[in-house]
Design a protein around this ligand. Structure first.
Ligand code: F0G
Length: 467
């Protein structure tokens, strides 16, 4: 292996010890070449046992602690009023500061509830502005007959721009949308923490406060997608004036105080493999959600979750908002990112919260866009090293519904998402080393042609061949 630690980049010290391990297999070159060909050069179509290090997503892939596993044994599987629900409610009140809690089976269950509660279906076209869309958030608004325009600051679209809070809402863009369509057509304004599609980029406390003030002046509700809010709170503690001496929990409580409600996928910062919830300070939202959850998820004291899973989440939420843990977490992602930039590998900057995003257009500057640079790069990474990453570029973006043409977005990325408390820093070095090797021979790598394309969400199932 190269001396990839050549600068002052330091691996963070883990605030845990390992009590149980899962043996992973590293397929040889021949097996990798065969597997990726069989998968049509689409990493979604690989089997997980063909993968050595799985960086497809940070969702539902965390390692639980002994404290969480012990909590599973205390699962009180009652249909109504399980004690684990009350523990979960207390944990959310304490860590995030919301009054009311409605559990759901995962994040999109809560997205379904909030859009159904706040949008009057198909009456008039409604608009839900959001700093930047996420696939499932957007589709739930569209199902109710709405649209979701992005109102994120321009800096978010530039991989080189080092703005410390690249997830911020552009207040002028938001105001323009409100003025243009009228506040009556806006059931709520949606703000995502540590914006996933922008590369895990945080929102500042000042920006949250300003969004609240602007929305108050139009009497608009504010709903957060607080899925990665603990990681966002770490960046506020690290970068925003006045917060370096506050605990993550104090910061989270202040952040959430600027909203009426939030949706939460617990599969990320909640450190569990499944689960989610809607939390609110607004009593009306809570009442409506509590009535609706019974129809779609389960009674309001379990909402699709087993008692044991609520207990694991009650504990995971606290562990995921621990100051020491978060420092290790964010610094592990940064460790990987810095090893890559030390060798000139182009990535989205600053390095975000849940992963490192490779800039495929800079990686393969000569490759035509319709030879799918991000897809090619993700497939090459697997073939080189059995590491699984995800395409986030033109294949994910799809075609224009009206013209049928491919859309080629500004950002053509490969997402290297880091599961929480799962891989060691040495494994991060293996990842960096493998990607640097590909970077060094990037001129020999040929693009792909798409040979099978499903109509919707094509990135999951599309197949390709080498050119
Ligand atoms: N909101 C955000 C910001 C997300 O990243 C996700 C899921 C959801 C909501 C939906 O939550 O999966 O629990 O239903 N993101 C995953 C990912 C799928 O890989 O980024 P869910």
């Amino acid at each position: 292996m190269k001396d990839i630690k050549k600068t002052k980049t330091k691996a963070p010290v883990e605030p845990f010890k390992i009590k149980m391990v899962e043996i992973v297999n590293l397929p040889n070159q021949e097996q990798r070449t065969k597997a990726i060909e069989k998968a049509g050069y689409n990493t979604f179509l690989l089997n997980s046992d063909e993968v050595y290090i799985d960086l497809l997503t940070d969702s539902g892939t965390s390692a639980m602690s002994d404290n969480q596993w012990a909590g599973l044994m205390l699962g009180d599987e009652a249909y109504a009023g399980s004690k684990n629900f009350y523990n979960l409610e207390k944990s959310i009140q304490d860590v995030l500061g919301y009054k009311y809690v409605v559990p759901t089976h995962q994040g999109r269950g809560a997205e379904h509830l909030i859009s159904a509660v706040l949008i009057e279906p198909k009456k008039n076209l409604v608009v839900v502005p959001r700093n930047m869309y996420f696939t499932t958030s957007k589709i739930h608004v569209e199902i109710q007959g709405g649209v979701m325009p992005d109102v994120i600051i321009d800096e978010a679209h530039d991989p080189e721009n080092e703005h410390p809070f690249k997830g911020n809402v552009d207040l002028k863009k938001l105001k323009d949308v409100i003025e243009k369509v009228g506040a009556k057509k806006i059931p709520y304004v949606n703000v995502e923490m540590n914006v996933n599609m922008a590369g895990g980029q945080p929102v500042s406390m000042e920006n949250l406060r300003q969004v609240r003030e602007l929305c108050d002046s139009y009497n608009l509700k504010v709903v957060f997608d607080a899925t990665r809010s603990s990681e966002n709170a770490y960046f506020i503690q690290e970068r925003e004036e006045g917060y370096s001496n506050k605990s993550i929990k104090e910061i989270l409580n202040e952040m959430m105080s600027y909203s009426d409600a939030c949706i939460y996928s617990a599969k990320k910062d909640g450190l569990v493999n499944i689960g989610g919830f809607l939390a609110a300070n607004d009593e009306e939202i809570y009442e409506k959600a509590r009535n609706l959850v019974v129809v779609y998820e389960g009674l309001h004291t379990y909402g699709g979750m087993a008692g044991r899973d609520m207990e694991a989440l009650a504990r995971g939420l606290r562990e995921g908002a621990d100051d020491r843990y978060l420092e290790y977490r964010i610094k592990q992602v940064r460790y990987l990112g810095e090893m890559l930039t030390n060798y000139g590998v182009p990535i989205v900057k600053p390095i975000g919260g849940h992963g490192v995003f490779l800039d495929a257009l800079k990686f393969f500057p000569e490759m035509p866009r319709d030879q799918w640079p991000s897809q090619t790069l993700a497939a090459s990474i697997y073939e080189e090293s059995a590491i699984r990453t995800m395409e986030r570029g033109a294949v994910s973006k799809g075609r224009d519904h009206k013209t049928g043409e491919n859309i080629f977005p500004k950002l053509e990325l490969v997402r290297i998402t880091i599961p929480r408390r799962v891989y060691t820093n040495t494994q991060m070095e293996y990842v960096a080393d493998s990607i640097i090797k590909i970077f060094e021979k990037r001129e020999q790598i040929k693009g792909l042609k798409m040979v099978y394309e499903p109509e919707d969400l094509r990135f999951f199932q599309a197949k390709f061949e080498k050119i």
